[in-house]
Write a protein that binds this ligand. Structure first.
Ligand code: C2E
Ligand code: CA
Ligand code: CA
Length: 565
C-alpha cells in the first residue's frame, strides 16, 4: 500500500553500484512509487531519460562516473532538471555535502541506512514535489488541468490517434459577455461562476476527456477518442445547454451562455498548435454568428453537421405539427388486376408543398430515435385508413414498414396491439414488413416478438428479400408469411440472366415453403409478363400505381384502373 500524501504516480530512480545497498534502498522506497534502478552513471542517465524520475536516490561514490557528475548531467538536461536528487553517501564530510548542494542536490541520506529516517526524508520530498507538480499543472481557481497539462495530454492523444487512425477533437469554449458580469457583479461572483462552469463541464464529459481552463473565461475540452463529427456536435450542444441552465449564487439567478469552436485531428489540424488555433478561429466565428452556438473549423464538417442538426430539429417539429403524410402503393394480382394490398410509405411535405423522400430522413430518424414516434404515427394512420376500406367491404391488407430500431423497442408489441384496438382493424388486415437484418440479430427475442405477432393474427413480410443477410434457415425458424422480391432483381432481370435466375429460385423457394410472394419495382408490361411466367402473381410498382395519398388511392380503387395485364 502506498502512504498517504504520496502520489501513486511518483517515479523513483535508485542509482547505486553496491548490490546490497541497492537492495536496502529498494526495500525502503518500494511502496512509495514506481521504482527504477541503475548501477552506474551512464545507465542512470539513460534510465532517467526513459522513466522521467520525480526523485533520484544517488550514490556519490561510484566507479567511473561519480554521483556528482550524474547530478550535474541531470540538472543540465531541461527534461530532467526538475528531478529531486537526494545523495546517498557513507562519507560524512562537510566538503562533500557542500559540493552536493552546489550541484543541485536537496538532501542527504547516510549509509548505513537508518530506514525510518530515510523514509521520512524521502516521503517529505515526494509530498512537496507532488504539491509543486499539482500547482504547475492545475488552475488554482477551478482545480482543472491548466494550459501546460492540456498541452501534454494533447500531444499524447495525437500520438495515440495517429497510431490507431482515430480522431481527436478540441473544443474551445468561451463564455459570452463574461467581462460584463465581472465588471458589474465583482470578481468574487465571477470566480464563483467560473468554478461552477468548471464543475458543469466536468460533469458533462467522460472520464478520459480533459476539461481544462486556459485562463479568464476560456475553457478547452479535449476529446481523445472520437469516431464521427456528429457525436462531437451533439456533445457541443450538450455543453451549451448545461451552461445555459441558470446559476444560483447566494440566492441570485445568473444566466450564462457560451460560444464553442471545434477543430479535429486529422481532418483539419495536424498538431496541437494548429488544433488550438483552428478551435480558436472557429470559436470566433461562433461569436460572430451570434454567440451561444458552436462552429466547426472545417466548413465541410460544419455544413454536414449543421445540415443534420437542422434536419433533426425540423423532423421534431414536423412530428408535432403533423406534416408527415402516409401514401399508399397498391399490390395487385397481375392476372386479374385486383388490388389485394397496399403498402404504407411515409412522406414529409415541405412548406413549399414538395415531398421529402424517406430515403433522406429515415436513416437519421433511426439514429436519433425519432423513428419510434414517426413509425407509430404511420402505423396508426395506416390502420385507420385500412379500416375504412375494410368497413366498405374491401379485402385490402395494409403493409407497414417497421425499422429494426422500432422492432427492438420494448413497447413495440404493445404499441401494435393498442393501435389495432384503437383503429378496430382486424389483425389479419395488417402486415408488417421487416428486413432480413432484423432476423439476423437477437434471435431469441426476435422469435418471441414474431410469434406474438403471429399469435395476434398479424402477417409478416420479409422486405427486400435476397439483398440482406440471406440465410435460408431464417425462413424455417421464423414465422414469415410473405417474401418481397427486391426491386433491384426485377429492375435488372431483363438484361441480367443472373437476376432472372435469382427471381426464379426465390419463386420456387416460396412455393416449396408455402410462402406468399410479392415482386416490387414492376415498371413495365414486360416485367409483369416475365414474373408471371416464373409463377409470381402479386406485384407492386409504377406500372400499376405510384405511391399516392389515401384519397387518390380510394379513387384508383373505385376506377379499377389496375387491370392492365
Ligand atoms: P421499400 O419498403 O422497399 O419501399 C419501396 C420503395 O420503392 C418506395 O420508395 C417506393 O416508392 C419505391 N417504388 C415502388 N414501386 C417502384 C417502381 O416501380 N420503381 C421504382 N424505381 N421504385 C418503386 P420510397 O417511398 O421512397 O421509400 C423508400 C424506403 O423508405 C422504403 O423502401 C422503406 O424502406 C422506407 N420507408 C418508407 N416509409 C417508411 C415507414 O413508414 N417506416 C419505415 N421504417 N421505413 C419506411
Ligand atoms: Ca417495404
Ligand atoms: Ca422493399
Amino acid at each position: 500500500m502506498r502512504s498517504k500524501g504520496i502520489d501513486v504516480e511518483s517515479v523513483i530512480l535508485i542509482v547505486e553500484d553496491q548490490a546490497t545497498d541497492a537492495l536496502v534502498l529498494h526495500e525502503t522506497v518500494r511502496d512509495l512509487g514506481d521504482v527504477y534502478q541503475a548501477s552506474d552513471g551512464p545507465s542512470a542517465l539513460m534510465m532517467a531519460r526513459r522513466c522521467k524520475p520525480d526523485l533520484v536516490l544517488l550514490d556519490i561514490e561510484m566507479s567511473g562516473m561519480s554521483g556528482f557528475a550524474v547530478c550535474k548531467a541531470l540538472k543540465a538536461d531541461p527534461k530532467l532538471c526538475d528531478a529531486a536528487v537526494i545523495f546517498v553517501t557513507s562519507h560524512v564530510q562537510t566538503e562533500n555535502e557542500l559540493r552536493a548542494l552546489e550541484y543541485g542536490g536537496i538532501d542527504f541520506i547516510h549509509k548505513p541506512l537508518n530506514v525510518p529516517v530515510a523514509r521520512a526524508h524521502i516521503k517529505a520530498h515526494l509530498a512537496l514535489r507532488n504539491e509543486a507538480k499539482k500547482l504547475a499543472n492545475h488552475d488554482a481557481l477551478t482545480g482543472l488541468p491548466n494550459r501546460a497539462l492540456l498541452k501534454d495530454r494533447t500531444e499524447q492523444a495525437l500520438q495515440k490517434a495517429h497510431r490507431s487512425q482515430t480522431r481527436v477533437a478540441m473544443l474551445l469554449l468561451d463564455l459570452d459577455n463574461f467581462k460584463g458580469i465581472n465588471d458589474s457583479l465583482g470578481h468574487s461572483i465571477g470566480d464563483a461562476l467560473l468554478k461552477e462552469v468548471a464543475e458543469r463541464l466536468s460533469q458533462a464529459s467522460r472520464s478520459f476527456d480533459t476539461v481544462s481552463r486556459q485562463g479568464g473565461d476560456e475553457f478547452i475540452i479535449l476529446l481523445p477518442e472520437v469516431s464521427g463529427f456528429d457525436g462531437v456536435g451533439d456533445f457541443a450542444e450538450r455543453l451549451l445547454s448545461t451552461i445555459s441552465a441558470p446559476f444560483i449564487l447566494q440566492g441570485n439567478r445568473h444566466n450564462l451562455s457560451a460560444s464553442i469552436g471545434i477543430s479535429l485531428f486529422p481532418d483539419d489540424s495536424e498538431d496541437s498548435e494548429s488544433l488550438y488555433r483552428h478551435a480558436d478561429s472557429a470559436m470566433y466565428q461562433a461569436k460572430l454568428d451570434g454567440r451561444n452556438r458552436y462552429r466547426f473549423f472545417s466548413l465541410d464538417i460544419e455544413h454536414s453537421s449543421r445540415g443534420r442538426h437542422l434536419l433533426e430539429q425540423h423532423m421534431r417539429s414536423a412530428l408535432e405539427t403533423g406534416v408527415f403524410e402516409v401514401f399508399y402503393q397498391a399490390k395487385v394480382i397481375a392476372s386479374e388486376g385486383r388490388v389485394v394490398g397496399m403498402e404504407a410509405l411515409v412522406r414529409w411535405r415541405n412548406k413549399d408543398g414538395s415531398l421529402f423522400s424517406p430515403a433522406e430522413f429515415i436513416p437519421l430518424a433511426e439514429e436519433t430515435g425519432l423513428i419510434i414516434p414517426l413509425g407509430k404515427h404511420v402505423l396508426e394512420q395506416a390502420c385507420k385508413d385500412a379500416q375504412m376500406l375494410v368497413a366498405q367491404g374491401m379485402h385490402v391488407v395494409v403493409s407497414v414498414n417497421i425499422s429494426a430500431v422500432q422492432f427492438r423497442e420494448e413497447t413495440f408489441l404493445q404499441m401494435v396491439q393498442d393501435t389495432l384496438l384503437a383503429s378496430k382493424l382486424a389483425p389479419e388486415f395488417l402486415e408488417l414488413e421487416i428486413t432480413e437484418g432484423v432476423l439476423a440479430k437477437n434471435v431469441t427475442n426476435t422469435q418471441q416478438v414474431l410469434s406474438a405477432l403471429r399469435g395476434m393474427g398479424v402477417r409478416i413480410a420479409l422486405d427486400d428479400f435476397g439483398t440482406g443477410y440471406s440465410s435460408l434457415t431464417y425462413l424455417k425458424r421464423f414465422p414469415v408469411d410473405v417474401l418481397k422480391i427486391d426491386q433491384s432483381f426485377v429492375r435488372d432481370m431483363l438484361v441480367d440472366k443472373c437476376d432472372a435466375a435469382i427471381i426464379e429460385a426465390i419463386v420456387k423457394l416460396a412455393q416449396a415453403l408455402g410462402l406468399e410472394l410479392v415482386a416490387e419495382g414492376v415498371e413495365t408490361q414486360e416485367h409483369a409478363a416475365v414474373l408471371q411466367s416464373f409463377g409470381c402473381q402479386v406485384m407492386q410498382g409504377y406500372l400499376y400505381s405510384r405511391p399516392v395519398p389515401f384519397i387518390q388511392f380510394c379513387a384508383l380503387l373505385d376506377s379499377g384502373e389496375f387491370s392492365v395485364c
